[in-house]
Design a protein around this ligand. Structure first.
Ligand code: SF4
Length: 352
């Protein structure tokens, strides 16, 4: 096996570490030691794992790579938002964001390099999908964010899987990532503090519902009818709105949990009063929250922002259908905060 193909230390779940240690006749408690070095002490080399036998450390460094991510740039916004551009071993770059809320720090992670879903309001999709991230490349984003926060004695409180990529098209790696996040020996982030967002990969919504986790699910809806949704999100031709809603109802029945619908307001496209009424009728009676997201200006698409008073009117109409609605607070307005913008700039620089 070439050294490039070795897995990362962060690729393995607690269960997989147990198996790895068992196969080498190591006692069970080695797993706790290993995970403590990785996720609590957050060391950066096997040499630092001083309570592991030297022979084991040698075998670990033979078998695994340590650092999945190198920091290319870190931007900090006036509101505290931090945006990292990380370089991967094969020259690709990904973005990770720390957002500051009054309830604590939240990290937004990326699951793929680029994306093939093709949402027309999204910069991440412009160059198509390059590749899936491994579990460890996703986990390391949270570890790196936590290391950044360590300097101020702060903690990652919640994680949203809403960065570039469609997590349900990289399902296995995303689920293993959640296991490591949630592991009492791992990053110790409660399931209720984790949110996964999908553009509507219907078969995996059923699969996710059957995992019977407490992890939150958000659906990127963005339109109240089939034709408009197809024009904004090509995935709607693969998994039409009616099928998506059936899967949502299944999720609600199976888990008893509330669903979030993300709705990006795009000036002149999906933000009129008639759209709000249509959306209200579509979702009436569902245990859900609608999160309205005024889109950032995407230069490549020439999309404009919805005026403030129109955003509030849209919310008022949804309220009249008794649908819980919030307007997303913007983060990092003074940096390249729209999903994929920083990475798009980096790719342009590399290509020029
Ligand atoms: S919004 Fe999400 S699913 Fe859609 S193209 Fe962008 S990264 Fe992909």
């Amino acid at each position: 096996m070439s050294s490039q193909m070795k897995p990362f230390v962060y690729d393995l779940t607690g269960e997989q570490w147990e198996k790895w240690m068992r196969e080498r006749n190591q006692p069970g408690w080695r797993v706790g030691q290993m995970m403590d070095w990785l996720y609590v002490k957050r060391v950066e080399s096997f040499e630092e794992m001083t309570n592991l036998p030297k022979t084991l450390r040698a075998e670990l460094s033979e078998s695994f790579r340590f650092r999945p991510l190198d920091v290319i740039t870190t931007q900090q916004s006036q509101d505290g938002t931090v945006k990292f551009l990380f370089g991967l071993y094969d020259g690709h770059a990904i973005e990770t964001v720390i957002m500051r809320h009054n309830y604590g720090n939240s990290v937004c992670v990326t699951t793929q390099v680029g994306c093939r879903i093709g949402c027309t309001f999204c910069a991440s999709t412009l160059g198509g999908l390059k590749r899936n991230l491994s579990t460890g490349e996703i986990v390391a984003q949270v570890v790196m964010a936590q290391k950044y926060l360590d300097q101020a004695g702060e903690r990652v409180r919640s994680v949203v899987v809403m960065g570039s990529g469609e997590p349900f098209e990289n399902y296995e790696a995303t689920m293993a990532f959640i296991r490591i996040l949630n592991d009492a020996k791992g990053l110790q982030i409660g399931q209720r503090h984790i949110t996964v967002s999908t553009s509507g990969v219907v078969p995996n919504i059923y699969r996710f519902a059957d995992e019977e986790w407490q992890v939150k699910l958000a659906i990127s809806l963005h339109a109240p009818n089939h034709d408009l949704r197809s024009s904004l999100m090509p995935i709607n031709r693969r998994f039409p709105l009616a099928e998506l809603l059936d899967a949502c109802w299944y999720y609600l029945r199976k888990t008893g949990r509330r669903l979030t619908f993300e709705y990006a307001l795009i000036g002149g496209k999906n933000d009129r009063a008639e759209h709000a009424h249509e959306l209200g009728k579509l979702l009436q009676g569902m245990n859900c929250l609608v999160n309205l997201i005024p889109v950032n200006y995407v230069p490549e698409r020439n999309y404009t922002r919805t005026p403030r008073n129109q955003i509030f009117e849209f919310k008022r109409i949804l309220d009249s259908y008794k649908i819980n609605t919030t307007i997303r607070r913007e983060h990092g307005h003074d940096i390249d905060a729209a999903c994929g913008q920083l990475r798009a700039k980096h790719s342009q620089m590399m290509e020029s």
